[in-house]
Design a protein around this ligand. Sequence first.
Ligand SMILES: NC(=O)C1=CN([C@@H]2O[C@H](COP(=O)(O)OP(=O)(O)OC[C@H]3O[C@@H](n4cnc5c(N)ncnc54)[C@H](OP(=O)(O)O)[C@@H]3O)[C@@H](O)[C@H]2O)C=CC1
Ligand SMILES: O=C(O)CCC(=O)C(=O)O
Length: 378
Amino acid sequence: MFDLMDEWGPEKIVAVSDAKTGMKGVLVIDNTARGIGKGGTRMQPTVSVDEIARLARVMTWKWASVDLFYGGAKAGIQADPVSPYKEEILRAFVRRLRNEVPEEYVFGLDMGLTENDAAIINDELGTRGAAVGTPYELGGIPYDQLGITGYGVAEAVDQAVATTALAGRRVALQGFGAVGHAAAERLHALGYQVVSVSTAAGALHDPNGLDIPTLLGLRRELGDAFVSALPELKIESGTELFVDADIVVPAALQDVIDVSNAGNIKGRLLVEGANLPTTVEAQAVLRAAGVTVIPDFIANAGGVVSAAFAMDARHSAFRPETGQIFEAVSTKLRANTIQVLEETQRRGGTSHDAARSLAQERVKQAMQLRGKPLPVNA
Ligand SMILES: NC(=O)C1=CN([C@@H]2O[C@H](COP(=O)(O)OP(=O)(O)OC[C@H]3O[C@@H](n4cnc5c(N)ncnc54)[C@H](OP(=O)(O)O)[C@@H]3O)[C@@H](O)[C@H]2O)C=CC1
Ligand SMILES: O=C(O)CCC(=O)C(=O)O
């Protein structure tokens, strides 16, 4: 575990378990120089400490990139989100943590958790902490149901297309959950042609463009298993990002683009909807191949912008109009997309390196002002 720690963090790693429910989970607080630890909570059968630490680090850069004052953190529960015992597992996780970190971490949504789960977390916490991403009826901002992160991913795509004067508008998309389906919806509204999508149940492809309104309707009716209702469009799972397309948007899992397959990407623009979808080695391959990449902590920062609104709404007499949140997401993400493209051009190297160095500058300033030793390798 100690090899996960460097000069930036993590400041704290808390691993917990519960024999009764079989729950195993971890909270990683990466760097709080700019504020209290804030990041979503993930539930997946494969969750590991290493994965949550990497995600917590992404959160440190993400909050700094949008210039909002929270610190990087993430929590993960190693369990199946469709388990009939989900609520018991979730409650056991929160119970184990609530004495440890009520002042250091605010729960939120990530893969496998929904607004109803955030409500359960709040119930279990009582007055000893908080979750955001709760339903409206609890005073929350249900940012996954509103599809704000996916909307922002599509805005980043549209800005990158405009800035780089990319000619094509065909998009290959992985994932059709909270982020993926909303990205598809906004891309469709902006006139893009989504040619592939996927869920864990399979992948669909239509070179002439999938009928997104129909897919969204099927998803509402059948959940993410809707892909099984369209056998004529099915392609091999895992190939959906590598079909003929101009733009590639991974919006499901981490590390899906690595050195073994990066060369098979046909798109000229890759916009990371998921966290950590592209390995560091693959980023270099894509750079050498001339593929423009918009990093995760730039493109999917709609989640943190809405989480910040949700944090404020907890104590405010006013609730923001949802239109205001969408507008803030669009403005911040479009500006950051332009800035990262310009900085990448100025510095050379990968766009991840360029975007990270911009974020690191802000974190470093905060560390300095707090009298902390500065990372020497940054
Ligand atoms: N929610 C948010 O606000 C934010 C999320 N993110 C990141 O976006 C990514 C997606 O999160 P989110 O949409 O919230 O998660 P969800 O759980 O809502 O959706 C995940 C999607 O990925 C699909 N999926 C799972 N396994 C595979 C697979 N092997 N191949 C193809 N698709 C698969 C799921 O299908 P199925 O339903 O069938 O399992 C589902 O459609 C994650 O990396 C997350 O960290 C980043 C910023 C904010
Ligand atoms: O902070 C949150 O609650 C949601 C945002 C998040 O976890 C992310 O951007 O990965």
